[in-house]
Write a protein that binds this ligand. Structure first.
Ligand code: ADP
Ligand code: MG
Length: 495
């Protein structure tokens, strides 16, 4: 059996001419598929990815393509599977289809990065890829990821994207109309309308929602389009790792290949020289190739400190639009839309009451609706104006005392009975490392602090330490004792 095949595949491995395809038929289907991909993909994408694939097997329903190494396999599987399957279906409409990738030919092609551990408590950041067994990615019912023991080098995943961040769910009003119209225009004419589109606005006003809506809309119009949404923090992390493990080629490919690159919260690039240089070249490569770049920021280009002039001017090349805090009618419409999407029954006067009380930002507005609804359901009361006023009065009182990283660190120190100085120190023992990680997790969850700011608040730690601590605790929330600590602290902090 071919290494890429699974038990049970024998049925499909008939001799040519029985049920599967003749060799000529297989070759011609593969040739037609390549032709279709050549006209569909950019010449660079075709040359980089498709030209290195070879046909291993074509049984009719199953097509197995070989790639030279794990990285290519991973990349093609994540970025081109949909296009390949779409084009295959076009060649054989209505036919059953299974597309599989195989990298069993890989021997020693990939550099093996040293595994490194977070000094905090031994968190593994990168693992060397294991060589055996040969992986095979499969679509359909089977897992799309190779067996867990096979670790390809990290494929630079996109940052998480929300399905609900679409134009349809974005409520417009005078405060955001221009930004929304510009975003729509970019989604309709990527690479030509405004490039880059720079969306500026304070926290919680819909920047992430709007930039992701652009991605969804482009993808909807053109399912083959390659979209990469990335938070700037992840971009910084990727560049740092790329430099550290000498795999900048891989990072560059990842960022220069998309048809549309969406970079969120670019203000965090301030002071990061190597990342700014990398961003500059990435931007130029994409712009020159007519690919769309969209950027969000909570600061205008001239307000971002320690930013290279050449990068700043690139931000200003296209169109800068801003999101203002929504006015009352828009807030009211957002409340109604959010309630509807959550299945919460709410009268118009109640929606208006919430919109009148919460003016700061949309994220808080959404949180208030959920809070009111949860309170009504737990206390078995209808959602009335009186109930809204009593629930939100508390929220507003709590809001007036802003939650800071300092207060979080102090509360965690009281909770675990460890000194604040120890939390901020470089001590590594578990009795300190866990409270420190929980502090970082809570700072990220409950404040608007960035990872670099959280690192600073915890005694000048690196932003990757804060990022890893957040991920680490988030992933361990299933563990009862961790969850108990975190929930109890959250209650104390938000009461
Ligand atoms: P930012 O990135 O600017 O901090 P987000 O895009 O994360 O803000 O928005 C915060 C929340 O508010 C999200 O859940 C988003 O869906 C919602 N939101 C913001 N603006 C709008 C709007 N105009 N219509 C509907 N929802 C919105
Ligand atoms: Mg955001």
């Amino acid at each position: 059996m071919h290494p890429a095949a699974r038990p049970g595949d024998e049925e499909q491995q008939r001799t040519p001419g029985e049920k599967g395809r003749t060799m000529e038929g297989a070759e011609s289907r593969w040739a037609k598929l390549k032709d279709a991909l050549r006209s569909r993909l950019s010449s660079q994408a075709y040359a980089t990815w498709v030209s290195q694939m070879t046909l291993v097997q074509d049984t009719g329903p199953q097509l197995v393509l070989s790639l030279p190494n794990l990285f290519s396999l991973d990349w093609v599987n994540n970025h081109y599977r949909d296009v390949l399957e779409h084009e295959l279906r076009q060649l054989d409409p209505g036919a059953e289809l299974e597309l599989r990738f195989d990298a069993s030919a890989e021997t020693t092609a990939l550099p093996i990065p040293e595994p490194i551990t977070d000094p905090e408590d031994g968190i593994v950041l990168t693992q060397p890829p294991l060589r055996n067994p040969a992986p095979s990615y499969s679509g359909g019912a089977g897992p799309r990821i190779a067996p867990s023991q096979v670790k390809a080098p990290p494929p630079i995943p996109s940052s998480p994207v929300h399905d609900r961040y679409t134009f349809e769910s974005f409520v417009t009003g005078p405060s955001n109309q221009l930004a929304c119209a510009a975003a729509l225009s970019v989604a309709e004419n990527p690479g030509s309308a405004y490039n880059p589109l720079f969306i500026f606005g304070r926290v919680g006003l819909g920047k992430t929602h709007l930039i992701q809506a652009i991605g969804h809309a482009i993808r909807k119009r053109n399912p083959a389009a390659i979209i990469r949404y990335q938070s700037t923090e992840t971009f910084i992390n990727d560049v740092v790792q790329g430099i550290r493990f000498e795999r900048m080629d891989q990072i560059r490919r990842a960022y220069r290949e998309p048809d549309c690159l969406l970079i969120d919260d670019i203000q965090f690039i301030s002071g990061k020289e190597a990342c700014q240089a990398e961003f500059f070249h990435t931007f130029n490569a994409l712009h020159d190739a007519g690919k769309q770049v969209c950027i969000t920021s909570d600061k205008l280009p001239h307000e971002i400190k320690d930013l290279e002039e050449r990068v700043r001017t690139r931000f200003q090349w296209g169109l800068i639009v801003d999101l203002q805090p929504p006015e009352l009618e828009t807030r009211c419409a957002i409340v109604r839309k959010k309630a509807e999407s959550e299945g919460i029954q709410i009268d118009d006067d109640v929606a208006m009451c919430i919109a009148q009380m919460i003016k700061s930002n949309v994220r808080e507005l959404e949180g208030s609706i959920i809070r009111v609804s949860a309170f009504a359901s737990l206390s078995k009361q209808p959602i009335t104006i009186e109930l809204v006023k009593s629930v939100l009065r508390d929220v507003m009182a709590a809001n007036s005392r802003p939650l800071t990283c300092e207060r979080i660190v102090q509360t965690v120190s009281d909770h675990f009975q460890v000194k604040v100085a120890d939390l901020k120190s470089a001590k590594r023992g578990r009795s300190i490392a866990l409270p420190r990680q929980i502090s970082m997790y809570l700072c990220r969850k409950l404040t608007d602090a960035s990872y670099p700011e959280i690192g600073t608040a915890l005694g000048g730690k690196d932003h990757t330490t804060a990022l890893n601590a957040f991920n680490r605790i988030r992933d361990r929330l299933e563990e009862p004792d961790i969850r108990e600590h975190v929930e109890s602290l959250e209650r104390t902090l938000t009461e």
